[in-house]
Ligand binder design. Structure first.
Ligand code: ADP
Ligand code: MG
Length: 256
């Protein structure tokens, strides 16, 4: 695991994989992201927490340009996020995303779901894409489900397929937006375990979650958001034992 860069003011280095500088975003009159400065180091695991509506999903969606920003800048591995075109598709492929709602293609098999992006975006040859898909499905523990359709799988299995599909693109960073929030309780751990494993293997990860156990054990840093701002960032130990802001104290008193 590489060094964690927490300072907001430090000049970007090659260790910085994702850099957001003074990012602002409005939805009409709503100022949903306000002067967001956030640097994510290579191999770093950042857990983003905060009340509902604080802008966590929007933050994730700006990082792979599912949402545009009004001003500020986002770079991924030193390259500015382009507005559109082929370059955007390529850069977006470097950012894996896993959503609360799995978002698998319902009319494709599990195997096809994990092959598709490799063939279409990464231009992989079919045989190679299939071999890689099978390896990844094994790795997340659903290798035996390869020929089924998503609806035939449990929620936990579907989410693990979604993780395998994202990994198939060889992303530089993985974004997880409340990946376990739609799951029945008994399936949460099987997904968190896969994420924990990825973190240990050195994947750079941004994880929006309410799973504080995961935050404590896997995160290098906790970022606490409220009302479109980053209110506080700290190591999990510091954040959970001694939150500084009233907003964070209030939030933690409700969820812990
Ligand atoms: P969180 O993920 O922290 O719950 P979101 O990023 O989803 O927060 O939303 C932040 C705020 O932006 C909320 O008030 C939400 O209603 C609003 N919002 C999110 N997406 C849109 C959109 N596409 N259009 C208008 N408002 C939106
Ligand atoms: Mg959200």
């Amino acid at each position: 695991m590489t060094a964690v860069s927490v300072s907001k003011d430090a000049a970007p280095t090659s260790e910085d994989l994702v850099v957001l500088s003074k990012v602002n975003k409005h939805f009409g009159a709503l100022h949903v992201l306000q002067d967001i400065d956030l640097t994510i180091g290579r191999g770093e695991v950042v857990v983003v927490i905060g009340p509902s509506g604080s802008g966590k999903s929007t933050l994730c969606r700006t990082i792979n340009r599912l949402e545009t920003i009004d001003d500020g800048a986002i770079t991924i591995d030193g390259l500015p996020l382009p507005q559109e075109g082929k370059e955007l598709a390529r850069l977006r492929a470097d950012v894996g995303m896993v959503f609360q709602s799995f978002n698998l293609f319902a009319h494709k098999t599990v195997l096809q779901n994990v092959m598709l992006g490799q063939v279409k975006v990464r231009k992989a040859e079919k045989g190679a894409a299939e071999e890689k898909a099978r390896q990844l499905l094994d790795r997340v523990g659903v290798g035996s489900q390869a020929d089924k359709y998503p609806a035939q799988l449990s929620g936990g299995q579907q989410q693990r397929v979604a993780i395998a599909r994202a990994l198939a693109m060889d992303p530089k960073v993985m974004l997880f937006d409340e990946p376990t929030s739609a799951l029945d309780p008994e399936m949460i751990n099987e997904v968190l375990e896969v994420m924990q494993q990825l973190a240990q293997e050195g994947m750079t990860m941004v994880v929006v979650t309410h799973e504080m156990g995961f935050a404590r054990s896997a995160a290098n840093r906790v970022v606490f958001m409220a009302d479109g701002r980053i209110v506080e960032e700290a190591t999990p130990d510091k954040f959970f034992s001694a939150p500084r802001s009233d907003r964070a104290k209030d939030f933690l008193s409700k969820i812990l």
